[in-house]
Write a protein that binds this ligand. Structure first.
Ligand SMILES: NC(=O)c1ccc[n+]([C@@H]2O[C@H](COP(=O)([O-])OP(=O)(O)OC[C@H]3O[C@@H](n4cnc5c(N)ncnc54)[C@H](OP(=O)(O)O)[C@@H]3O)[C@@H](O)[C@H]2O)c1
Length: 251
């Protein structure tokens, strides 16, 4: 028996990058997974890479859409029999630059997708499954949520809110539901390309572990947080950063 045998996980924003690596790790450890993203084609490819429909189901939609959230959770329960684990992985950062020039519509969108949607996923999975059966939740935050991150400041503020939401939810949902977060530094995905492309060696030199993150570095820690090995751990944010924040850096 693997540690997630008989468990079903929902991972949002998981057709590539960190979300897909989390799904891969959970499937490798015996879970069934339901993954989401907006584009159906990439989602289909991800399902195939996870071993096909025996292991994974893809449901296309926007993470902030309530009907989509309810559909995903309902299909997890109908298809695999439960909705035990939730990973709020979807996050966006559509605008770079100083806060004084940030279009407020962009600011609202970031808060809506990175924070309000994550809360809504928790509300819906609580109502439809976890209130009765318990479960475990991980929110994917960022080191940008730990201290000022000029240029991506609103994104950082949204991740700070997600970290605080994690603590509030942990207090509210114990003892049967655990809620934790991870805060990665730069991980080599499409999302972070602008932060390292063409200068990876220079960027990596700032990290005590002398390399940038790989999506698998996050998948393994999320797997731990969702597992029984973390049974007495809730409301915590695990910083996964190759040591970067020890040096004062956040990106
Ligand atoms: N990479 C890093 O350096 C880093 C560091 C710290 C934290 N993070 C956090 O890690 C999480 C994942 O980032 P990543 O680097 O893995 O990004 P990524 O490689 O760009 O992947 C993003 C995934 O989310 C989906 N997605 C994007 N917007 C969505 C939406 N509105 N609704 C549903 N799905 C959506 C994408 O598919 P579609 O485009 O088809 O929707 C894709 O599957 C984010 O929360 C990010 O803030 C990343």
């Amino acid at each position: 028996m693997s540690r997630f045998t008989g468990k079903t996980a929902i991972v949002t924003g998981a057709s590539r990058g960190i979300g897909l690596a989390i799904a891969e790790r959970l499937v490798a450890d015996g879970a069934k997974v339901v993954i989401t993203a907006r584009k159906a084609e990439a989602l289909d490819e991800a399902v195939q890479s996870l071993g096909g429909l025996d292991n994974a189901l893809g449901v296309a939609g926007h993470a902030a859409d309530l009907d989509h959230q309810v559909e995903v959770i309902s299909r997890a329960i109908d298809t695999f029999g439960s909705a035990d684990l939730l990973v709020n992985n979807t996050g966006i950062n559509p605008a770079y630059g100083p806060l004084t020039e940030l279009p407020l519509d962009a600011a609202r969108k970031v808060i809506d997708v990175n924070c309000i949607a994550a809360l809504s996923w928790v509300q819906q999975i609580h109502r439809l499954w976890m209130k009765e059966h318990g479960g475990a939740i991980v929110n994917v935050a960022s080191v940008a949520g730990l201290k000022p991150a000029p240029g991506i400041a609103l994104y950082g503020a949204s991740k700070a809110m997600l970290i605080h939401l994690t603590e509030e939810l942990a207090v509210e949902l114990g003892p049967t539901i655990r809620v934790n977060a991870v805060a990665p530094a730069v991980v080599k995905t499409k999302f972070a390309t602008a932060l390292y492309e063409g200068r990876e060696e220079t960027v990596a030199a700032q990290y005590p572990l002398r390399r940038l993150g790989e999506p698998e570095d996050i998948g393994s820690v999320v797997g731990f947080l969702l597992s029984k090995d973390a049974a007495w751990l809730t409301g915590q944010t695990i910083v996964i950063d190759g040591g970067l924040t020890l040096t004062g850096g956040v990106e």
